[in-house]
Design a binder for this molecule. Structure first.
Ligand SMILES: Cc1cc2nc3c(=O)[nH]c(=O)nc-3n(C[C@H](O)[C@H](O)[C@H](O)COP(=O)(O)OP(=O)(O)OC[C@H]3O[C@@H](n4cnc5c(N)ncnc54)[C@H](O)[C@@H]3O)c2cc1C
Length: 490
């Protein structure tokens, strides 16, 4: 006889995808239990106490263009739940060594004006996509099995990706060096050799959102997003159990369905012999990507950028010109530390003065691209890179704390060797899934699904893997074809 207290669905892992699945399922009236290996909830969406009293740091994600744009979060409506998404006037900036800088304002017109001779070419690339931003987001964050709702947006996006993703064409559009550097900074989020089609896709999606919704930063830190998800889950009867790593089937309670917000390798370990051999092989061979090494700073004041407008940006990409960044990403892909590593940096106090601590000290969030599994403490390399564009930076550093790539998996098992995208960003992985298969979320075992960013639509705090999988579970396991309303109650 089945245990009446057993959950209908067990979700393994409490990252944004796991919680998005859990919320959707609980809102459909199912009993949901989330099992999380770590002592705290949220995976890549956690804010943790700092290295200096009074300052907190986003442990992983910090900047959230997709928290407003993703179809899951639009339904869930973070602002209505009190999560304040703050918009920096400058979405992202790219300082250059000649003392100049390339700036992506939230305003497309202002960006076009700022980019001078390349302004019209920037507009020609971005504006047709910004006008159809919902269609672009729907296409990129879709399950890649349904026909895109906005075919015009999908085609325009595809053409832009081809242009910016191929070596023969990516340098044809612009005449000066600032606009290409600006776009390359965004492309670098893919942590792949440049140019590449998936990096171009990343650049265009995030570039469009930079003008359409802005690259927002939650007041108080990323944890507020996780807290809103957990609060909703609990109100709808869901249970979260922390300190519960799932290593084998014995760690799972009986349930009608299992949703894995983990790596494919973990799924293979847990499902073991129940998995068909071809699935198990594909999941175990799943290729992880290059690494990221984190450095969190506490500063006595703002970064002294040589080009002051950079100080208005919520996100800054460091690495210099397009050719310099391409060289750095190639070095990393070949297993070498770059001379000038790509560094992504965010100073949340630019939009959120509440992030400052006693005496005006403030957090600075940064990570550098490094070879997979790198054990190097990147504090000095990142500090030198910031100093290159902000002379005097060392003088405002109060404290720094590094997490080498090799240690990232200690706080999140999905980040194997520092692979913060939970898988190498290739076109196949983004579109098809961890192996060639019809359903990108299938594990080969009835009732068990993969929802993490290792499956389409890939990395980022958008919750879409969870949303897609929850709808499959509802339909296939419980005969529920209408997804629940996710708006806040009351
Ligand atoms: C340094 C860094 C910076 C980033 N910056 C951004 C950013 O600014 N904006 C953005 O959108 N994205 C960013 N990302 C990426 C983003 O955090 C991830 O893409 C996103 O969190 C993926 O969500 P997920 O739910 O798929 O998995 P995760 O958030 O990785 O969560 C997986 C969860 O599963 C748990 N788990 C794994 N294995 C097991 C197991 N066997 N048993 C139980 N629990 C398990 C983990 O502990 C974790 O809690 C960043 C990531 C990092 C690391």
């Amino acid at each position: 006889m089945s245990d009446p207290s057993a959950p209908d669905v067990v979700v393994v892992g409490s990252g944004p995808n796991g919680l998005a699945a859990a919320v959707t399922l609980a809102r459909s009236g199912l009993a949901v239990q989330v099992l999380e290996a770590q002592p705290t909830v949220g995976g890549g969406a956690r804010t943790v106490p700092g290295i200096v009293h009074g300052v907190v740091h986003d442990q992983c994600s910090a900047v959230h263009p997709m928290a407003l744009a993703s179809p899951f979060f639009r339904r869930f409506d973070l602002p209505a739940r009190g999560v304040e998404l703050l918009h920096p006037e400058v979405s992202y900036a790219q300082p250059l060594v000649d003392g100049a800088s390339a700036i992506a304002y939230r305003s497309l017109d202002r960006t076009v004006e700022h980019l001078g001779v390349d302004g019209p070419a920037w507009r020609a690339l971005m504006e047709p996509l910004v006008e159809r931003a919902d269609g672009v987001v729907g296409f990129v964050l879709g399950d890649h099995r349904s026909v895109p709702r906005d075919l015009v947006a999908a085609v325009r996006f595809g053409l832009g990706v081809l242009e910016q993703g191929l070596g023969a064409t990516w340098d044809r559009r612009f005449r000066e060096h600032r606009a290409p550097a600006l776009l390359t900074g965004v492309a670098s989020h893919a942590i792949t050799p440049l140019p590449s089609l998936p990096a171009a896709g990343t650049a265009l999606l995030l570039g469009v959102l930079g003008h359409a919704t802005g690259w927002c930063i939650p007041r108080g830190g990323t944890q507020t997003i996780t807290d809103a998800l957990v609060a909703d889950l609990v109100v709808h009867g869901g249970v979260v159990t922390t300190d519960h790593p799932v290593r084998s089937a014995a760690d799972l309670p009986p349930a009608h369905a299992y949703v894995f917000d983990t790596t494919p390798g973990t799924v293979a370990d847990v499902l073991g012999d129940r998995m068909p051999a071809r699935f198990a092989r594909g999941f175990r061979r799943f290729r992880h990507g290059n690494g990221a090494a984190k450095v969190d700073y506490v500063l006595s004041g703002p970064v002294p950028w040589a080009y002051p407008e950079v100080g208005l940006a919520g996100t800054v990409h460091l690495g210099g010109s397009r050719p310099e960044m391409a060289r750095a990403e190639h070095a990393v892909a070949r297993g070498r530390h770059a001379e000038h590593p790509t560094v992504l940096l965010s100073d949340p106090a630019v939009v959120d003065p509440g992030r400052t601590g006693p005496g005006g000290i403030r957090p600075l969030w940064a990570y550098a691209h490094v070879p997979a599994g790198s054990e190097r403490d990147m504090t000095e390399a990142v500090t030198a890179e910031i100093e290159r564009f902000a002379p005097g930076f060392r003088d405002v550093v109060v404290a720094a704390h590094a997490v080498p790539a090799a240690r990232m998996a200690l706080h999140n098992a999905n980040y194997v060797g520092g692979d913060i995208a939970s898988g190498a960003i290739t076109l196949r992985r983004m579109l098809v899934g961890p192996r060639w298969q019809l359903d990108p979320f299938a594990t080969g075992v009835d009732g068990a699904y993969l929802c993490s960013s290792s499956a389409p639509p890939g990395p980022g705090v958008h919750g879409m893997g969870g949303w897609h999988v929850a709808r499959r579970v509802l339909r296939d396991r419980f005969g529920i074809t209408v997804p629940p309303d996710l708006r806040p109650v009351g």
